[in-house]
Design a protein around this ligand. Structure first.
Ligand code: 13P
Ligand code: SF4
Length: 304
């Protein structure tokens, strides 16, 4: 089967089987082409609550599919590849968080959405990279325990100077390995380029950036900017999507190694096997976890 034939078959099968395909922006181009909706984590969770279909296929990583299940408990929710986890989301376990809460009783727990549902049951509110500042500013609490990404946390702290933040060790292995040295090299090779990065990058990288934002915000910034060249400090799929969408502009990856192998587990063939009923993993969560995690996801959607 050619790529085009497989895409046509996926489109036919998703209609026949009443499946909505949601795809994170880090997915491959040929997958994005068959999706009903493409977006960053926040936009995907908004869509998840509204899709009228009986089945939702999430092309992304596990915490994204869990969010869909929590917001649409009566739907069948499939994760495109059962091995696609987010290493950052799995860095902290529930017992560690319970201990941290005991040690810091006057702190409100804000969880990046890149966390397991089990962990979310112990949190006060969720945020995504595009909604974190807006949501935290609205919280009456002054003391914020921000888990699990200290890099996103420090980016938020700069914009919420009246709050006290507490962070834990961790972060995204795809993003935190990029260095200020790589920024210097990239900028000396492309002196007219603007540096656009995800706030999961380390503070030394984010501080040198012309813009920091979520995956969709980075893409929107490049589309709306008058600049002609950009260095992209996030998963390299974004560099590829932008090069494809804006052929008159030039996009360079900040690092050739900025690849999220979990996100890239999903291929067009994976999507095909999901819509023909032979692939994917159906997400199942127990009632208590769903209720506990829903509280902080709902709060995110309300405030974000
Ligand atoms: P966005 O919310 O920006 O899409 O980020 C999700 C993510 O996992 C980035 O690594
Ligand atoms: Fe998780 Fe990082 Fe991959 Fe995003 S890029 S899904 S934070 S491992």
């Amino acid at each position: 089967m050619t790529v085009r034939e497989m895409q046509d078959e996926i489109i036919r099968l998703k209609k026949e089987n009443d499946i909505c395909i949601l795809a994170h922006t880090y997915q491959r181009h040929d997958v994005l082409e068959v999706a009903d909706f493409v977006g960053d984590s926040f936009a995907l969770s908004q869509k998840a609550a509204k899709a009228p279909h009986s089945t939702v296929l999430m092309c992304g990583v596990r915490f994204m599919a869990e969010t869909v299940k929590i917001l649409s408990p009566d739907k069948k929710v499939l994760l495109s590849d059962g091995n696609a986890g987010c290493p950052m989301a799995e860095q902290m376990d529930k017992q560690t968080l319970i201990r941290l809460k005991k040690q810091n009783p006057d702190y409100t727990v804000v969880a990046y959405i890149n966390t397991t549902s089990e962990l979310k049951t112990e949190c006060d509110v969720c945020v995504t990279s595009s909604s974190a500042v807006k949501i935290i500013k609205q919280l009456p609490a002054k003391n914020i325990l921000f888990i699990p990404d200290p890099n996103l946390g420090q980016y938020v702290r700069k914009q919420c100077p009246d709050k006290n933040f507490l962070f834990v060790e961790g972060g995204c292995p795809t993003h935190y390995s990029m260095t200020a040295e790589e920024v210097k090299q990239a900028l000396s090779l492309h002196p007219n380029a603007l540096l656009l990065v995800h706030p999961e990058c380390s503070p030394e990288v984010t501080e040198l950036a012309h813009f920091a934002g979520s995956t969709s915000e980075i893409m929107d910034y490049a589309k709306n900017s008058n600049a002609k060249e950009f260095i992209i400090g996030t998963e390299n799929s974004i560099t590829e999507h932008l090069s494809f969408e804006l052929p008159q502009k030039r996009f360079y990856p900040l690092s050739k190694n900025c690849i999220c192998h979990n996100m890239q587990l999903t291929t067009l063939a994976t999507v095909y096997s999901c819509v023909n009923g032979t692939g994917g993993e159906e997400i199942e969560l127990d009632e208590l976890t769903m209720q506990g995690a829903k509280r902080c996801i709902d709060k995110m959607l309300r405030l974000g």
